[in-house]
Ligand binder design. Structure first.
Ligand code: ATP
Length: 209
């Protein structure tokens, strides 16, 4: 099973790491690929370069052997549509089952993703709870996994909801606080960023303007 966790990771924070690690443990996955987007299509383009975001991902995941950086979208460049990424992955490993990980807030916008039905033909979705976001159960209702079913029984097309430990880290909030000198070392910033990521941000004066 291949597990892909896409995001802007601007910057990567402890909520991302917790999501990937908790899903790996709960679904018995040997590896979760952290897949930074080159150009996010559902969010404003980050001011921080792709290389800097990639570097921060490397620093954040280095303690965890089950997490791997996947540079496919960074190398492809252009808009990072999940459907294009999945087609590329399937070309390389046609028989592997693929799971696409996301938080509920991302899932609630899933109908706006390019070729959402096509995505479900190629992959399962594992959708993780996030404080402040409620699951929209009307989205692809027929695809949602019932308690009697498991992802392994299907090659693709199922949506599993996973209740993770509530984690209220958010990249937007972190960026917002890093902008303000008074909040730059707030509990949110220090509690949500891995120490080497925070040091990298300070060293390169990221998110200060
Ligand atoms: P923003 O604060 O701008 O919304 P973000 O923190 O959601 O950013 P992204 O890189 O956009 O960061 O998120 C990548 C994925 O991680 C998305 O699917 C998002 O739902 C999920 N995610 C991020 N933070 C959490 C969290 N604290 N709990 C659960 N899921 C999360």
């Amino acid at each position: 099973m291949i597990a892909l966790f896409g995001g802007t990771f601007n910057p990567i924070h402890n909520g991302h790491i917790a999501l990937a690690r908790e899903v790996a443990a709960a679904f018995n996955l040997k590896q979760v690929d952290i897949l930074p987007s080159y150009q996010s299509v559902h969010r404003a383009q980050p001011m921080v370069s792709t290389r800097m975001r990639e570097q921060m991902v490397k620093l954040a995941i280095s303690p965890y052997s089950e997490l791997k950086l996947n540079t496919l979208e960074l190398e492809r460049a252009g808009p990072s549509y999940a459907i294009d990424t999945l087609k590329q992955i399937k070309q390389q490993s046609a028989r592997q089952t693929v799971c696409w990980l996301m938080g509920v807030d991302a899932f609630n916008g899933f109908l706006n993703w390019k070729d959402a039905p096509g995505i479900l033909q190629l992959a399962h979705l594992i959708v993780c709870t996030r404080p402040g976001s409620h699951i929209d159960h009307s989205i692809f209702r027929r695809h949602q996994l019932s308690p009697q079913q498991s992802l392994e029984q299907y090659p693709a097309g199922k949506i599993a909801f996973f209740r993770m430990q509530p984690n209220d880290c958010s990249s937007t909030r972190i960026r917002h606080q890093l902008k303000s000198p008074a909040e730059r070392l707030s509990a949110t910033v220090t509690g949500c960023l891995a120490k080497p990521v925070l040091e990298f941000i300070q060293q390169h004066k990221l998110y200060e303007t």
